[in-house]
Write a protein that binds this ligand. Structure first.
Ligand code: UTP
Ligand code: MN
Length: 516
């Protein structure tokens, strides 16, 4: 009974729902599918005919256009296992409502489309199962698996926009609460379709639950739409899209009456930092996402320049993201102390080739054993030697996903770029087909490598929770430099990330699950 599937379609009232008009039906947003199982073919035909008569669209076979599945005397788990099977074959993104026939008979009796009530729904699992599963979701992001591609983007986008709006109005507590709510939804192994599924899920306050409920009921949420449309928020976002412009600067420009980037540039009272000047100059290039192929290319080229050292791509790319806003590189040397002077040499070399369009170098300020000051520091900034740069690159072919590697020839691209840096050291990169890319270099001694790697892999929310977990649950202080046990009054050594997780008594989480 698998029909040829029509294009993907979302359920009515769902995120981004597209209302497919069905001329000739009284309820164009509804497409029923009546399940034959237990009902028999003649009763199914009769009910379908009656429903059509009352103005409902009824599909003969299941397809992605079905919005409501109706069944009689079926075990919920049977219907759900059938539904998951057929919708997977169709590539259906959001599952339809699964209802007992009583909803349809009620509708037909009253002659209108009645709202779906809880009692009509055939639930995917018992309340008890939901509670057991939900209450097992831990409160810290570092205890949850959060993949890059999660199932609740519609809700998390909304909550993150609210978090951003709260941050813009300096309500940091509220911003954090929305971020935590979004983060826990990202870790759920199921798409939220009903509020009962969220019973016992931690980090969801009343406010966030209300937002989710409205999104489930209406597909949109008034408060979220309002936050998105507030002029200050929109303008702040534009200002903060310039590299080097943070919340405080953006708010100041807004308070000064500036409303666009051209107004900022034209304003005689605005004094830009060096970083902001570069941010404006290369704004178009830097706004373009960096692909993982470009990141690999850069890392490959840099590795070829400092062959005895070790260079890791960290940040979002290490977590499996396909695109990022920059490339984060962590440099170290197998011998403790061998890393000293490495970055300066590397930068000088790149500069000689005309590859460095901007650099902001900061020397190492780590004071070694003076743990107390670092431990109590609220700042996530570490003290490594680093350089924020904008590098000029040969433009890579546009690549949108890892699948495309085969097509574009990832290795070819890598080799081409590497040889460009290495075999023509004095040759400037030609002006055509080039772009500016943000590259951050961080240098650490090998004894701190595991901590630096963990710290620079992110995500920010994951790191935040990992440090909170260390401090609140283990009386330890974690930074990108070290792990300090406050009870034992000692530093705990680690050569690998696995060892750090083990010190904290946490199961190891692969980078690809740290996208909290
Ligand atoms: P990014 O801001 O580059 O984040 O910092 P990202 O996750 O890679 O995002 P995209 O893909 O570029 O947009 C990378 C990680 O480095 C850490 C943070 O934990 C962050 O998640 N970091 C960043 C620090 O530890 N210290 C810093 O000063 C900056
Ligand atoms: Mn990054």
């Amino acid at each position: 009974m698998d029909p040829a599937c029509s294009p993907k379609r979302r359920r009515v009232g769902d995120p981004g729902a597209v209302c497919v008009e069905r001329p000739g039906t009284k309820f164009p947003e509804v497409m029923l599918f009546v399940r034959e199982s237990k009902m028999g073919s003649s009763r199914r035909a009769m009910i379908s005919a009656l429903a059509r008569d009352k103005g409902f669209g009824v599909a003969d076979s299941f397809s992605t256009s079905v919005t409501h599945v109706v069944a009689e005397r079926n075990q919920p788990k049977d219907v759900w296992s059938w539904l998951k099977n057929v919708s997977a074959k169709c590539g259906l993104e959001v599952l339809p409502e699964v209802l007992d026939i009583s909803w349809l008979t009620d509708c037909m009796e009253s002659g209108c489309r009645l709202p779906v009530e809880d009692r009509h729904r055939l639930k995917e699992e018992s309340e008890e199962e939901v509670c057991t599963r939900s209450s097992s979701i831990p409160i810290y992001a570092c205890q949850r698996k959060t993949p890059v591609n999660h199932l609740n983007r519609h809700f998390t986008d909304a909550l993150e926009d609210l978090a951003e709006g709260a941050a813009f109005s300096e309500s940091n507590g509220r911003a954090l609460a929305f971020r935590r709510a979004a983060s826990v939804l990202k870790s759920l192994p199921f798409r939220v379709a009903r509020m009962e599924q969220l019973q016992g899920v931690p980090c969801l306050g009343k406010h966030s639950l209300g937002i989710i409920q409205e999104l489930l009921d209406l597909g949109v949420c008034k408060e979220v739409e309002k936050i998105r449309s507030i002029e200050m928020n929109r303008v702040m976002k534009v200002f903060m899209s310039v590299w080097g412009v943070g919340l405080k600067t953006a708010a100041r420009w807004y308070r000064d009456g500036l409303r666009s980037l051209s107004e900022v540039r034209a304003s005689p009272s605005v004094k830009l930092t060096r970083m902001q000047q570069a941010g404006f100059e290369y704004h178009t290039d830097l706004a373009r996402p960096v692909s993982h192929v470009e990141a690999d290319t850069i890392a490959g080229a840099i590795r070829a320049l400092v062959p005895n050292s070790f260079i890791a791509i960290t940040g979002g790319f290490r977590r499996g993201k396909d695109v990022g806003h920059d490339v984060d590189l962590l440099l170290t040397h197998p011998d403790e102390g061998g890393e000293v002077g490495l970055l300066c040499k590397l930068l000088q070399y790149l500069d000689e080739q005309g590859c460095v369009m901007f650099q902001d170098y900061r020397d190492n300020t780590y004071k070694g054993t003076n743990a107390a000051g670092l431990n109590e520091s609220k700042s996530t900034m570490d003290h490594f030697e680093r350089c924020f740069t904008i590098l000029r690159l040969p433009l890579c072919p546009r690549v949108t996903s890892r699948e495309d590697d085969k097509v574009t020839g990832r290795h070819e691209v890598n080799e081409a770029a590497t040889s460009h840096y290495t075999t023509h050291p004095k040759k400037k990169i030609p002006e055509t087909r080039e772009r500016a890319v943000r590259v951050d270099f961080v240098v650490c001694p090998s004894s701190q490598y595991a901590f630096a790697l963990l710290g620079w892999t992110g995500s920010q929310q994951f790191e935040r929770d990992l440090r909170r977990y260390a401090s609140q649950e283990k009386a330890m202080s974690l930074s990108s430099h070290h792990l300090f046990d406050k009870q034992q009054n000692t530093f705990l050594r680690a050569n690998t990330e696995e060892e750090i997780f083990a010190h904290l008594g946490l199961p190891y989480l692969e980078p690809s699950f740290r996208n909290a």
